[in-house]
Structure formats: structure tokens, C-alpha cells
Design a protein around this ligand. Structure first.
Ligand SMILES: NC(=O)c1ccc[n+]([C@@H]2O[C@H](COP(=O)([O-])OP(=O)(O)OC[C@H]3O[C@@H](n4cnc5c(N)ncnc54)[C@H](OP(=O)(O)O)[C@@H]3O)[C@@H](O)[C@H]2O)c1
Length: 244
């Protein structure tokens, strides 16, 4: 019996990397998946591969109207979201000393990684509270507990996700709503490409690293956390390459 059979999941940032791999892993685990992001064409091709248990939803986590209209843009039978995977995020313009980044770049990182996650959670948790059930998985980062030079804003945003996740879990402790934070180390995705807007630099960055995780490694930990029995919550999972 697939433990997630019949559950409806919403994955943000499902058009690439960890979100895309998580959408696939959730389908394999029996869930129905709403694959959301801004790039609808990429979602459409993902959904074509995943089959009838997946649908695509254009969703910009930074756009209040887009998030607010989420339910009304879903078919009726997809509206009761049981699982929320808050994955959308980036570090565009990052990996620079603080004074070298523009305030617009810094604010876009915080707006996406922190306020986007808060906005989607606020929208989706309402229905979870009324049904007294749900599981929220926030994709944080090792940077959320281990700051590094040139990471002021990204690391700061993930520290916010860390604090938010733990407080949120405590808000709903003793109810049917569970909160898990996954804190990955380096994963080879489009993340570095988005950071520098430079494919060659991004590939070199990953190539010079002894070992990177794959998006599928993180997707498996997400499913593992979701498959725990109702009395168990994996509050935080730090997932690192075994090389350190
Ligand atoms: N890669 C790593 O080493 C690593 C390590 C630790 C944590 N993480 C975290 O993992 C998460 C996923 O990153 P990734 O590595 O998979 O990067 P990725 O391959 O670049 O994917 C990022 C995803 O976020 C989505 N996104 C960005 N801004 C969005 C917005 N405003 N609204 C909706 N979706 C948005 C993108 O979709 P669209 O552009 O189509 O909207 C894309 O699907 C992020 O939160 C990141 O901080 C990554």
C-alpha cells in the first residue's frame, strides 16, 4: 500500500531541480501532485510525463494575487491540499560581499525565499486548520544554520525559514498538522545558474566540488518525512554529501 495514496500535494518551484524531483517522487509514492512555478511550459512537459495524477499550476510566490487565487484556479477535486512542499527559492545575484549586491537583488531573494514561503503557507494552512490535518515541508538549507562569507542575504533568508519552520511546528503541535524542515547541503541543480546567470560559471562551480547531492536525494528525504506515522514528526533533516 502506498502511504501517500489519495493525498493531494502542492509543490512550489516544481519546474526545475529539487521541486521537479520531489513532484516525481510524490507521484511514485501514490500522491496527486499540483506542480506549480512561474514557467508554465516546463510544468506542462513535467505533467505530461507524470500522468493523470499531476496537474500544472502557474504560481508566482512573490505575487499576492497569484497566491490568493490559487484555490479558485484549481479544479474542485484538487482543492483540499494535504501536503505543501515550500520549495521555490533562489540566490540570484548572491555569493558576493554584502555591499556589492544591489538592494533590489537582496530584496528579491528575501521576498521569494521568506515572504513567498510565508504567503503560500498562510494561504494553504487555513484549509488544513479547518480539516485538522496536513503536512508542510519547508526546503530550507544548511545555510540556515551555518552562515558563510558572501552569503549574508541567502543565509539570512534561510535562517528565517529555519526559525519560521520551528515556530510553525510549535503553533500546530498537538493538532493534525505537522511541519518538517529539510536542510540540504550542495545539490546540483539550476540554482547556481540562476545565481550568476552564467551556465559556464555554474557548471565550473559544481564540477570543482568533490561531491554534490542530486535533486532525487532530497526528494527521497521529503517522501520519507511524509510517510512517517501520524504520531511522528521529523522536525528537521540536515542532508549533506557524505564528503562533508
Ligand atoms: N541547490 C542547492 O544546492 C540547494 C541547497 C539547499 C537548499 N536549496 C533550496 O532548494 C530550493 C530549490 O532550489 P533548486 O536547487 O532546486 O534550484 P532551481 O533548480 O533553480 O529551482 C528553483 C525553483 O524555484 C522556482 N521559483 C523561483 N522563484 C519563484 C517564484 N517567485 N515563484 C514560484 N517559483 C519560483 C523556479 O521556478 P520558476 O522559475 O519556473 O518560477 C524553480 O522551479 C530553494 O529553496 C533553494 O534555496 C538548494
Amino acid at each position: 500500500m502506498q502511504k501517500l495514496f489519495g493525498k493531494t500535494a502542492l509543490v512550489t518551484g516544481a519546474s526545475a531541480g529539487i521541486g521537479q524531483a520531489t513532484a516525481s517522487a510524490l507521484i511514485a509514492a501514490g500522491a496527486r501532485v499540483i506542480c506549480s512555478a512561474r514557467r508554465l511550459a516546463r510544468l506542462d512537459s513535467l505533467v505530461a510525463k507524470l500522468g493523470a495524477n499531476a496537474i500544472a499550476l502557474e504560481l508566482d510566490v512573490c505575487d499576492a494575487a497569484s497566491v490568493h487565487s490559487l484555490d479558485s484556479r484549481l479544479p474542485d477535486q484538487w482543492r483540499g491540499i494535504d501536503i505543501l512542499i515550500n520549495n521555490a527559492g533562489h540566490d540570484a545575484g548572491g555569493r558576493r560581499p554584502f555591499h556589492q549586491g544591489s538592494i533590489d537583488e537582496w530584496s528579491a531573494i528575501i521576498e521569494t525565499n521568506v515572504m513567498g514561503l510565508v504567503r503560500v503557507t498562510h494561504k494553504v494552512v487555513e484549509n488544513m486548520v479547518s480539516r485538522n490535518r496536513g503536512h508542510i515541508v519547508n526546503i530550507g538549507s544548511i545555510a540556515g544554520i551555518q552562515p558563510y562569507a558572501t552569503g549574508t542575504i541567502y543565509s539570512g533568508s534561510k535562517h528565517a525559514v529555519h526559525g519560521f519552520s520551528e515556530s510553525l511546528r510549535l503553533d500546530y503541535a498537538g493538532t493534525g498538522i505537522r511541519v518538517t524542515e529539510i536542510l540540504p547541503g550542495l545539490v546540483r541543480t539550476d540554482f547556481a545558474m540562476t545565481r550568476w546567470n552564467d551556465d559556464v560559471k555554474a557548471a565550473a562551480f559544481y564540477d570543482q566540488t568533490e561531491q554534490c547531492l542530486t535533486p532525487e536525494d532530497i526528494a527521497e528525504t521529503v517522501v520519507f518525512a511524509l510517510e512517517q506515522p501520524p504520531h511522528v514528526v521529523l522536525s528537521q533533516m540536515v542532508v549533506l554529501p557524505s564528503s562533508g
